[in-house]
Design a protein around this ligand. Structure first.
Ligand SMILES: [Zn+2]
Length: 423
């Protein structure tokens, strides 16, 4: 056992940097939070899917993060996350990463063996009946049937997570990395009861997770706001945190274990609820905001006018032309109304202001177009194909883009969630 295992701080923010050009601008947002007295640790995440679409290697995310940290003199912790990896995709992330989001969503619902279910149920009599959890007035009521049913549904996924964890542990050594288990990319939300049962199984499997990402109720579409009942989300989150506290004290999971909210970006309407619950229960949170930094690059390019604006328009035209192909991998997490997409012809006549106000996510603003935003959100492949031409313009317009990246991450994500300031 290592003396000082890597430990994730109470507050952390996961940011995506698809083209590895904005790490410094993103880190600047954490610098601003620290100046206000709140340490929010940056975690740069990039999934295998993103690397494959862009044609990049995980080592590039590490290099970008290290360079940003050096440039800004950041002395607090930071991590590079192998986002949503599996047994099949983890290999090339073993060297450059120190945070692993182990995705087992595909295994949820695969029937566990009866003997495994029996063993689990026998091992956990404490879960049966009425559980009064600390920090909440609600109690959880778990029947023998619930316990068997959840074991049936989740044990295979948890075992799979154990396999992935042990593969990473073998390569990196115990305590040298942070592990998270994610179950968010599935079609049904997990209840707090299910979360508690999953945590018991994860502890049995010996995975010292520091974050867990359940799927919450409501819709978490890419790059647009939450769709669902915010009050219910708040109750659910409080119960999830209470379930985590129980699991920490009863099953010996790491004491800093916390929820990871995979937001798919821009869940502005639940941010105040997250802040409230976090403060009330004195809990930590990992907020994964993912890929909207790439949209800030587009906003910055459009705002710059000239070649930048022209390229932003070209990207829209290409994304529009290939919309079916671009949307397919994200079908379950986007909601685009084709009738609301302006024609590339129309967009070609837009001013910088018209482009940025259609794309910028300001709920209620007359010009804001969520269909256009979602299409561009999944359209990063178009920019990836442009290769150096896109990167050259990012560099030429760095100042305008960086300002948008920092402001977006700080004002609209970090401040409302961790500082409780209105966005
Ligand atoms: Zn996720």
């Amino acid at each position: 056992m290592r003396n000082h295992p890597l430990k994730l701080s109470k507050y952390s923010v996961g940011t995506g940097d698809r083209f590895a050009h904005q790490a410094k601008a993103q880190l600047q947002a954490c610098v601003q939070a620290l100046a206000k007295g709140i340490e929010v640790v940056p975690v740069w995440n990039k999934s295998n899917r993103e690397h494959s679409i862009i044609g990049s290697e995980p080592a590039s995310a590490r290099q970008a993060a290290d360079a940003a940290v050096k440039a800004l003199g950041w002395t607090r912790p930071y991590f590079v996350d192998a986002d949503h990896i599996t047994l099949e995709t983890v290999d090339r992330f073993l060297d450059p990463c120190d945070f692993y989001t182990i995705d087992v969503a595909d295994f949820i619902g695969q029937a566990a063996q009866e003997a495994d279910i029996d063993r689990f149920v026998k091992r956990h009599p404490e879960l049966l009946g009425r559980l009064q959890l600390e920090g909440t007035d609600d109690a959880l009521e778990i029947s023998a049937e619930d316990l068997r049913e959840s074991a049936h549904k989740f044990l295979v996924a948890v075992k799979k997570a154990g396999e992935v964890y042990r593969k990473i542990e073998q390569a990196k050594g115990e305590g040298n990395f942070i592990s998270e288990v994610s179950m968010d990319e599935t079609d049904r939300a997990q209840s707090p009861i299910e979360l508690l049962i999953i945590l018991a199984a994860i502890a049995d499997e010996g995975i010292p997770i520091q974050t867990i990402a359940p799927k919450f109720s409501g819709r978490f579409n890419k790059g647009v706001d939450y769709v669902g009942d915010v009050a219910q989300f708040e109750r659910e989150m409080a119960l999830d945190i209470a379930a985590i506290s129980y699991a920490v004290s009863h099953y010996g999971l790491p004491e800093n274990l916390k929820l990871s909210v995979h937001s798919g970006s821009d869940k502005f309407s639940i941010y105040p609820a997250i802040h409230t619950v976090m403060k009330r229960l004195d809990a930590g949170v990992h907020l994964k905001t993912a890929g909207t930094t790439w949209l800030e690059e587009l906003i910055g390019l459009a705002e710059s006018g000239g070649d930048g604006l022209a390229l932003a328009k070209e990207i829209y035209a290409e994304a529009y032309a290939h919309r079916d192909e671009l949307c397919a991998p994200y079908a379950t997490v986007i909601d685009i109304d084709p009738a609301k997409l302006p024609s590339p012809d129309e967009v070609s006549g837009w001013s910088p202001e018209q482009y940025t106000s259609a794309l910028r996510h300001v709920e209620g603003a007359a010009a804001y177009n969520s269909s256009l935003r979602q299409l561009l959100h999944v359209g990063f492949k178009v920019a990836a194909k442009m290769g150096q031409r896109y990167l050259d313009l990012l560099e030429a317009n760095e100042a305008v883009i960086a300002k948008n990246v920092t402001e977006n991450l700080y004002d609209r994500h970090i401040a409302p969630v961790f500082l409780g300031a209105a966005s």
